[in-house]
Ligand binder design. Sequence first.
Ligand SMILES: [Ca+2]
Ligand SMILES: [Ca+2]
Ligand SMILES: [Ca+2]
Ligand SMILES: [Ca+2]
Length: 291
Amino acid sequence: MLRHLLTAAVAAALLGPGSTVTFAAAPSGPGSTSASASPTASTAVPLADQILIRYRKGTTSAARARVGQAHGLTRLHPSANGRTDLVVARGQSRSVALRQLAADPDIEAVSRNYQRHLADDPTGEPHFAKEWGLNNTGQSFQVGPNTVTGTAGVDIDGLQALGVGDGAGVTVAVVDDGVDFSHPDLAGHEWTNPGESGGGKETNDIDDDGNGLVDDVHGWDFCNNNNTLHDGSQDQHGTHVAGTIAASLNGVGTVGVAPGVKIMAVKFIDSIQGHCGTDDQAIAAIAEGER
Ligand SMILES: [Ca+2]
Ligand SMILES: [Ca+2]
Ligand SMILES: [Ca+2]
Ligand SMILES: [Ca+2]
């Protein structure tokens, strides 16, 4: 249901009532300094540089041409519906172009050309109903001999957040005890150090990236000063924390707040009393996480 709602909402927002997208059939209009009729022309311009313009109702073709010339625009597609143009601004930054275009009297709205995705649906994860912190519907839990009932809405709006994004492209450093990346909900979530990977750098016993840590491929164990990031029963908490952050949408176990993020494991403590967990180890772990 969430996927359908998001798809419908995006379509309505982009097109407006009664509009259709017919890039290939639409003629190349005069609203730009140089126009291309190729329906695939936009693929040569990075998505981050593409700008969508919506003109005010009644804007003439002459006025659209003035907008193109005034702002140095190149049209990437024939106009979708006569009121919308996909353009790139040459010779100036995108942020400056967006600001200037927004102030143009013939333009109703301007935006980056964002890429949309189907909304993630976490409700199929077997333990999602227990994750009241993500989505509190007032569900009840058994806590020892007692039944505890939650308060609907007292949550972090995790369900809605997953409709916006999953954190892909973000790396989170877990400064804790170790993280078990062999857990089914964390497999594939390990951050990989580009300076210690490829061509055998992972296991060559050489500090290839020169940060003082040998073969720190997915993080570092500052407690034992090695690159094994999960040491059996010594580690009881970091895996849980990593799962709260990033557990996969995979039909297994739980889902994290942002199931698209990568985890860097920087262990500084374990469950052995007095073994490690000193402040200087924590500082070193945080420093590595800030890299
Ligand atoms: Ca290293
Ligand atoms: Ca190495
Ligand atoms: Ca270790
Ligand atoms: Ca899962």
